[in-house]
Design a protein around this ligand. Structure first.
Ligand code: SAH
Length: 289
């Protein structure tokens, strides 16, 4: 799922409207082209500072989740958001365009996982379908992580994550993989090696189990960001966990103002995953769980 994708660019009626718009339409098009030509910033100080409201929302959210950040951790996180909002003017990375909304909807939502990870001593992880770098980059900064691999099949998103990680001094901690998660399991050094896979807004739980379990060591955890009642989705996951090595499911409710109904689903893999998983995407589409 790509929440931020514009849906109107291919609408022919709108195209006609723009053509009829005459000189203004031409100006609009030129402005849009100029925006595309603006060089994308690769340094945080080349972007606009964040408003006080962003910092207020972030501080309140951090208190609510009981997380303290050093000033270096916080400036890495802020730098990522600044670059995201700047790149988002030219490249569609996120539907959230407002700094305050990014503070709660991206940063705090990502960091709700910290207590769960710290309690389990998890220091490295894969972020599956990381998009503009959430939850991976803020979690790697705040944990702090020994290593994180941020995976996405869309190259422009991974290019952004690489640029952001370098700009905030996290290139040594954050590695990226451009491609589908199902291919990563076949790359030497990744199969059954990772203690944790995080996934926010990527796929339904059974599919996430099929994508993540081949990457997890037995005893490793898949942590998925979900909303609302997840009981039906959890029940539908039993067949997938059974086939991929066995798993136990726990859910952790998130109680943070502005993140109503959010919860984390933590699935612990109990045994080894057979080599025939993950299946090819076409096969998975034909025979879903
Ligand atoms: N986790 C981010 C992005 C969510 S959008 C956030 O919460 O903001 C989902 C992202 O997952 C998209 O960028 C999409 O390209 C990626 N994605 C979906 N299925 C994938 C797969 N099988 N392998 C790699 N990336 C995938």
């Amino acid at each position: 799922m790509d929440r931020g994708r514009p849906t109107t660019t291919c609408d022919p009626s709108r195209r006609r409207e723009r053509r009829r718009a005459g000189p203004n339409g031409t100006q609009d098009r030129r402005r849009a082209l100029d925006r595309q030509r603006e060089p994308l910033p690769t340094r945080v100080d080349a972007t606009s500072p964040l408003p006080a409201a962003y910092h207020r929302v972030l501080s309140t959210g951090l208190q609510e989740i009981g997380v303290e950040l050093s000033s270096a951790q916080r400036s890495a996180i802020d730098g990522h958001v600044r670059l995201l909002l700047a790149w988002n003017r030219s490249i569609n990375l996120t539907a959230i365009r407002d700094p305050e909304a990014a503070a709660i909807g991206h940063v705090i939502d990502s960091l709700t996982v910290l207590p769960v990870m710290r309690e389990r001593g998890l220091r490295s992880f894969v972020d599956l379908g990381s998009g503009g770098g959430f939850p991976g980059l803020p979690v790697a900064a705040a944990l702090p992580a020994d290593g994180a691999l941020l995976v996405d099949s869309i190259a422009k998103k991974v290019r952004f994550v690489d640029a952001a990680a370098a700009a905030v001094g996290m290139a040594g901690t954050i590695a990226t993989f451009t491609g589908r998660a199902e291919h990563l399991a076949g790359v030497p050094g990744h199969r059954e090696r990772w203690p944790a896979v995080l996934a926010r807004a990527v796929a339904a739980l059974p599919e996430l189990v099929e994508l993540s379990f081949p990457l997890l060591v037995p005893g490793g955890v898949l942590i998925a960001w979900k909303r609302g009642d997840v009981s039906a989705e959890v029940t539908a996951t039993t067949r997938a966990t059974g086939a991929l090595g066995g798993g136990t499911v726990q859910t952790a409710d998130v109680s943070v103002t502005g993140l109503h109904g959010h919860r984390l689903v933590v699935i612990t893999k109990t045994g080894p995953t057979p080599d025939d998983f993950p299946r090819d995407p076409a096969v998975r589409r034909r025979t879903p769980w």
